[in-house]
Design a protein around this ligand. Structure first.
Ligand SMILES: [Zn+2]
Length: 423
């Protein structure tokens, strides 16, 4: 009995010492960043800038050094927003925005009732004779054919119908322009053959030459401060689809920013300072064609050749199946170093690799020849992506292990110059 008690006590003290050694704040960072008061970190009502100010304050708190006068690195772009109404009624039935339908951000404002025409793509309705007889002004085409990319001539818009089992994924990247026609997506089971009218009301507000900011700071190296490892994570998300529907983006990418801030907190402590510098950039406008990281890479505050490595963290909340490294295929020696640490410490089930892709903020750096990789955790325990359901309530299955893997890698390999194998 006594022996049992002692082993329980030893176990408990081990747990406590792990906790004391790595007091990660990821959960609380995510709760803050994905709070609805940050309005989905989009551009309507400048939710992005609320998040930026909070990140900036945190950098100050842990004493990151700024590059120039402030942590702010501004850039501009133009984007549409839906800051006010968002209404869709099929006959008299009001649908739930974000959960039952989405309106594409390239749609113009509208406030009206339209005829519903449900139809296969190659229908009689696109024929001139039919058009002459009936006309299409005042009609919206509802179709299951996802290969049609715009409404046929004469229609006011197009709504694609998807099976109720499919995810309803909203994006904001098409909001750089406003089309003349309305477009959207909804679940096919919410419309019946007898439904004849759709009422749509929403307000497009195009923000021209909007100023957004990346938030950057660094920890100077002790002996080799000009060399650095750069860690990045985008803090922007999709914002609002109408005044009431917030996309909080807990996984995408409050979780990546949280990981970056946990690493910044760790390396900012005097006892953890390294010979080389570590930079941290919270990127904006990742969801807008990577505008933020592209602007940062075009105006790099360091020499590209001094950056040993860029680690981009985008979606860090699962991990039951390990981690994926995008662009890992191009850097086998680096991946071998990650695997060495992972095998020794048994942090994660697997480190998988993919070829490079233009799918997150590492990409503009790869175009400068800098070794830049993108990490995301993999696992089926959380599948909410670009939906209002992606809230602060994320699992963080292997969050601590990913932190430890990145920490160990930066400690032991951060000053290495990786070379790509000859093709
Ligand atoms: Zn995203």
């Amino acid at each position: 009995m006594k022996g049992k008690l002692i082993s329980v006590l030893i176990f408990l003290s081990m747990c406590l010492s792990i906790q004391a050694q790595y007091p990660l704040q990821g959960r609380s960072f995510i709760r803050t960043l994905a709070d609805t008061s940050f309005l989905g970190r989009g551009y309507a009502y400048r939710g992005d800038l609320k998040a930026a100010a909070w990140i900036e304050n945190y950098y100050k708190k842990i004493n990151l050094t700024s590059l120039g006068d402030s942590y702010r690195h501004p850039f501009t772009f133009s984007v549409n927003t839906f800051p006010k109404r968002m209404l869709m009624q099929i006959n008299q039935h009001t649908l739930n925005p974000g959960l039952e339908y989405i309106i594409y951000l390239s749609s113009p404002s509208t406030d009206g009732k339209y005829r519903i025409i449900t139809d296969p793509a190659d229908s009689i309705h696109t024929k001139k004779s039919y058009l002459k007889k009936h006309g299409y002004s005042g009609s919206i085409l509802f179709t299951t054919n996802l290969t049609i990319t715009s409404p046929p001539a004469g229609f006011n818009g197009i709504i694609w119908l998807i099976p109720p089992s499919d995810p309803l994924i909203w994006r904001v990247s098409d909001g750089t322009i406003i089309n003349k026609w309305i477009s959207g997506k909804m679940y096919s089971n919410l419309i019946a053959p007898s439904d004849s009218t759709v009422t749509l009301a929403f307000d497009s507000e195009y923000l021209k030459n909007l100023e957004a900011v990346n938030i950057a700071g660094y920890i100077p190296g002790k002996t080799n401060p000009e060399k650095l490892v750069l860690i990045g994570a985008h803090y922007d998300h999709l914002g609002l689809m109408g005044r009431k529907t917030v996309y909080p983006g807990g996984q995408d990418n409050a979780s990546g920013v949280a990981m970056m801030l946990d690493l910044a907190t760790f390396f900012s402590k005097n006892e953890n300072r390294l010979p080389f510098s570590i930079g941290f950039v919270a990127f904006s406008a990742e969801e807008m064609h990577l505008f933020g990281s592209a602007a940062f890479a075009q105006n790099l505050p360091w020499n590209a050749s001094d950056i040993n490595l860029v680690l981009n963290l985008d979606m860090m909340c699962t991990g039951s199946d390990g981690i994926m490294v995008v662009n890992g295929k191009e850097w086998p020696e680096m991946i071998a170093d990650f695997n060495k640490i992972n095998t020794r410490e048994s942090y994660l089930k697997e480190i998988k690799i993919r070829p490079n892709a233009q799918n997150s903020d590492h990409f503009p750096f790869t175009q400068l020849g800098i070794p830049a990789i993108f990490f995301y955790t993999i696992g089926d325990e959380y599948t909410f992506y670009h939906t209002p359901k992606d809230t602060y309530n994320v699992p963080l299955t292997k969050y601590n292990e990913v932190f430890l893997l990145l920490r160990d890698f930066i400690n032991s390999c951060g000053d290495k110059t990786y070379r790509q194998p000859k093709q």
